[in-house]
Design a protein around this ligand. Structure first.
Ligand code: 2AM
Length: 216
């Protein structure tokens, strides 16, 4: 490993300002609490793995550590394909350390992950690398995968959140709208089967974030 390569981060992304992080954690907590109280949600609890006789409480089901962020490029300290090119690109160099506003358009939850879908602006898309998983076999536009991981079930890696989001978007693209279950204060809640729930935010949640990197 050359010295230069050794400087490549674990990942690049937009890191939520702490006030925004607090706000979003509050929203997520409220969302889970509401779900736990919904009859429609209880009806589908068997989608979630259960331990012994304990009924799942989604409020305690998801965990996350570290700063809330929207990953742009996972570099894996240089091991990921295209990491070096991304880190060296002009747009990354110029944007590094700058603030932006992230717009959240939906919250989603599966038996594996809890996340927020991020709607990227044209400018933010400049920092979005080409993503083979996004492009593979679907017509999803670049940036579709953009999200903030709010929590993962035990034993689940955060990378799963983007996989779950892409699955939801593919279902939607195939014309599945989900079953509209309830109108919550934040917006309509839909059920897509297999423990997949989506809350479309009536009013997007917008807050400041810093483009930077995490070295771990
Ligand atoms: P996330 O973006 O869904 O939260 C460190 O693990 C960060 O890099 C996490 O934020 C994680 O997922 C993201 N990450 C890990 N592996 C990844 C991969 N193979 N592709 C894209 N992002 C990844």
């Amino acid at each position: 490993v050359s010295l230069e390569d050794a400087y490549l981060p674990f990942y690049f992304g937009w890191f939520l300002r702490h006030t925004f992080q607090d706000e979003l954690e509050g929203v997520a907590k409220g969302f889970l609490k509401t779900l736990d109280s919904l009859e429609a949600f209880k009806k589908h609890l068997s989608d979630f793995p259960r331990e012994g006789e304990d009924v799942v409480k989604v409020e305690q089901y998801f965990q996350h550590t570290g700063p809330l962020h929207c990953t742009t490029k996972f570099c894996d300290y240089g091991k990921a394909a295209g990491a070096k090119e991304y880190a060296k690109s002009q747009v990354v160099q110029q944007s590094y350390g700058s603030m932006t506003e992230l717009k959240l358009q939906a919250l989603f939850l599966t038996p594996r992950t809890l996340g927020a879908r991020v709607a990227l602006t044209q400018e933010q898309l400049q920092l979005w690398p080409s993503d083979p998983k996004e492009e593979a076999g679907s017509n999803l536009p670049p940036g579709s995968r953009a999200h903030i991981t709010l929590g993962c079930a035990q034993g689940v890696e955060p990378v799963q959140t983007g996989v779950d989001l892409l699955q939801i978007l593919q279902l939607q693209q195939q014309g599945q709208e989900g079953e509209k279950v309830e109108d919550l204060e934040l917006g309509p809640l839909s059920y897509y089967g297999n423990g997949i729930w989506v809350l479309s935010l009536r009013e997007p949640i917008i807050g400041p974030a810093l483009f930077s990197s995490f070295h771990g």
